[in-house]
Write a protein that binds this ligand. Structure first.
Ligand code: BES
Ligand code: ZN
Ligand code: ZN
Length: 486
C-alpha cells in the first residue's frame, strides 16, 4: 500500500473513498448541507466506528464519502484517530476499494495526527494470512492518502515516521504469527540479521558454545530440552557522535519460539497459541529496525534470548539448580516459568554491554491477564523516573499500560532453601513475583519490565485490527528512544 500526503482542498482529492470524521456532538457537520437527507434521517450518530458510506457526493472528486463515527470530540485524541483510520480502511477494503483518502482538517492536521492516521491505516491493513493458499478473496488497497488541506510543514516527516513505525509493528506481527515449526530460535536470529543488514546495524548472534563459555546457565537450562539450538541475538544501533559516557538503552525481548511448559507441561487446550511467546523479542526486533531509520539521539541495543521450551530426555527438571551469568543460583521449581530464566541472563549481558537503562517486554505470565485482562500492559520498575518515561511513551503511542507494585514483601515469596532464588513464587501476585525475579538481575540498573501476555495477541478481530498478533510494544519503544533526553 502506497502512502501519500495531499495538501489540496478536500473537494479535489481523487480517490475511491474519502473518509471524514463524524463526531457525536457535532451538530454542524461540514457535510451537513451536502448530506442533509442522511443527517436528517438520524442515521448518523457519530458513535465510534459507525460507518456511513455515501456515493457520488456532489462537488467532490472522490467517488464516495465515508462518514466515520469518531465519538465524543473531547475524548478524541491521536489514539482514537489511529483506531478510526484503521477501522475506516478495513471497512473500505472489505468493499474492494483500492484508493482511500482520510481527510484531516482544522484541529486534526498536526504532525501527531498525520502520524497516527498512517499508523492506523497500515496496522489495519495487516492480515496474518500468509499460509492461506486460496487468495482469490484477498483484497488489496493500493493507495492511502492523508488529506490535509493547506497543511503545514513537518507533515511529510510525520507521514514517514508513521510509515516506518507501523511497518516495524507489522514485521513484529508477521514474526509473532509464524508457527514454531517455521520460526525457530535460529529463524529469529535470521530475521534480526536481515533487519539489521537492511539498515546498516551490527548484529551479533551468540550461539550455545559462546553462551556456555560466558556461563549463561539460566538461559541454557531452558534451551537444553529442545533439538533447536538457542540464540542470544544482539542488534546495536549507535547514533553518529553519541558521547561514550551518556545513557545507553537496552531493549530486551522474550523470544520463546514455542512454550510447551517443558517437563511442567501445559494443558493441550490452547497450547497452539504459545507460538506467540516470542512476541516481546519480535517487538524488540521491530523497534530496532524502526530506530535504525528514525535515528534517535541515544545508543540502543536490542537483545533477544531465543529458545524453544520443550520436554524430553534432556530437558531440565523441576528441582534443578542452575547458575546464571550473574553468578546467582536459581532453583527451577517450575519449568514453565522459563521466560524469566532466559531474560535473567539477557539482562545481565545487557549490563555487560554497557546498557545504563533497561526495558524488557515479555509474554511472561498468565497472572497479568488475570490482573489486567487484554487491555493494559503490566508495567513494573525499580526506578520511578524511567517508569514515568516509559508510561509517557506508551500514552503517546496509544498503547495502554498500567504500573503494578513491587513491594519488598513479594520478594520473600521467591526464597529457595537450596539456591539464591526460586523461579516461581506461587499463584498469588504471580505477575509481580515474576517481575521481582527479573528485578534481581537488573539489580541497581534502572529497569522497566512490560508483561505483554494479555496484550500481544487479539483473540478476536477489532474494527481496526485483525485477529492475531498485535505488535504491542513497538510504538512505545520507538517513542521512548526518539524522545530520550539525558
Ligand atoms: N508464556 C507463559 C505465559 C503466558 C500465559 C503467556 C498465557 C501468554 C498467555 C509463561 O512462560 C508461563 O507459562 N508462565 C507461567 C508461570 C507459572 C508457572 C509461575 C504461568 O503464567 O502460568
Ligand atoms: Zn512458560
Ligand atoms: Zn513462556
Amino acid at each position: 500500500m502506497e502512502i501519500h500526503l495531499e495538501r489540496k482542498p478536500a473537494e479535489s482529492v481523487e480517490c475511491d473513498a474519502l473518509v471524514a470524521l463524524a463526531f457525536e456532538d457535532q451538530t454542524d457537520g461540514r457535510f451537513q448541507h451536502l448530506l442533509s437527507d442522511v443527517y436528517g434521517s438520524g442515521e448518523i450518530t457519530g458513535k465510534t466506528f459507525e460507518m456511513t458510506l455515501v456515493h457520488n457526493p456532489a462537488g467532490f472528486k472522490a467517488r464516495r464519502l465515508l462518514l466515520a463515527g469518531a465519538g465524543k470530540k473531547e475524548k478524541f485524541t491521536s489514539a482514537e484517530l489511529r483506531h478510526l483510520s484503521g477501522a475506516a480502511l478495513r471497512h473500505l477494503k472489505s468493499r474492494s476499494l483500492k484508493s482511500i483518502a482520510l481527510l484531516l482538517d482544522s484541529e486534526y492536521s498536526q504532525a501527531d495526527h498525520v502520524e497516527a492516521a498512517v499508523e492506523g491505516a497500515l496496522i489495519g491493513d495487516f492480515e496474518p494470512d500468509r499460509y492461506k493458499s486460496d487468495k482469490k478473496d484477498v483484497k488489496v488497497v493500493d493507495r492511502f492518502t492523508v488529506a490535509v488541506p493547506g497543511g503545514g510543514a513537518g507533515l511529510d516527516t510525520a507521514l514517514e515516521r508513521g510509515r516506518i513505525t507501523a511497518d516495524a509493528q507489522n514485521l513484529t506481527r508477521e514474526l509473532a504469527s509464524e508457527p514454531a515449526n517455521l520460526l525457530t530460535p535460529s529463524g529469529m536470529a535470521e530475521a534480526a540479521r536481515q533487519a539489521a543488514a537492511a539498515y546498516g546495524l551490527e548484529c551479533d548472534v551468540l550461539d550455545q558454545d559462546r553462551m556456555k563459555q560466558l556461563g549463561m546457565g539460566s538461559l541454557l537450562g531452558v534451551a537444553q530440552g529442545s533439538a533447536e539450538p538457542p540464540a542470544l541475538i544482539v542488534v546495536s544501533y549507535r547514533p553518529a557522535g553519541a558521547a561514550a559516557s551518556g545513557a545507553h538503552l537496552g531493549l530486551v525481548g522474550k523470544g520463546v519460539t514455542f512454550d510447551t511448559g517443558g517437563i511442567s507441561i501445559k494443558p493441550a487446550d490452547g497450547m497452539e497459541k504459545m507460538k506467540y511467546d516470542m512476541s516481546g523479542g519480535a517487538a524488540v526486533i521491530g523497534a530496532i529496525r524502526a530506530l535504525a531509520q528514525l535515528k534517535p539521539p541515544i545508543p540502543v541495543t536490542a537483545l533477544i534470548p531465543a529458545v524453544e521450551n520443550m520436554p524430553g530426555s534432556r530437558a531440565q527438571r523441576p528441582g534443578d539448580i542452575v547458575t546464571s551469568l550473574s553468578g546467582k543460583t536459581i532453583e527451577v521449581i517450575n519449568t514453565d516459568a522459563e521466560g524469566r530464566l532466559i531474560l535473567a541472563d539477557a539482562l545481565t549481558y545487557a549490563k555487560r554491554l554497557g546498557c545504563t537503562h533497561l526495558v524488557d517486554a515479555a509474554t511472561l505470565t498468565g497472572a497479568v491477564v488475570v490482573a489486567l485482562g487484554h487491555v493494559n500492559i503490566g508495567a513494573f520498575s525499580n526506578n520511578d523516573r524511567l517508569a514515568e518515561r516509559v508510561l509517557d511513551a506508551a500514552r503517546e503511542a496509544g498503547e495502554k499500560m498500567w504500573r503494578l507494585p513491587l513491594d519488598d514483601e513479594y520478594r520473600e515469596l521467591l526464597k529457595s532453601p537450596f539456591a539464591d532464588i526460586a523461579n516461581v513464587g506461587g499463584r498469588p501476585g504471580g505477575a509481580i513475583t515474576a517481575a521481582w525475579f527479573l528485578r534481581e538481575f537488573a539489580d541497581e540498573t534502572p529497569w522497566v519490565h512490560l508483561d505483554i501476555a494479555g496484550t500481544a495477541w487479539l483473540d478476536d478481530a477489532k474494527p481496526y485490527a485483525s485477529k492475531g498478533p498485535s505488535g504491542v510494544g513497538v510504538r512505545t519503544f520507538v517513542n521512548l528512544a526518539m524522545d530520550w533526553k539525558d
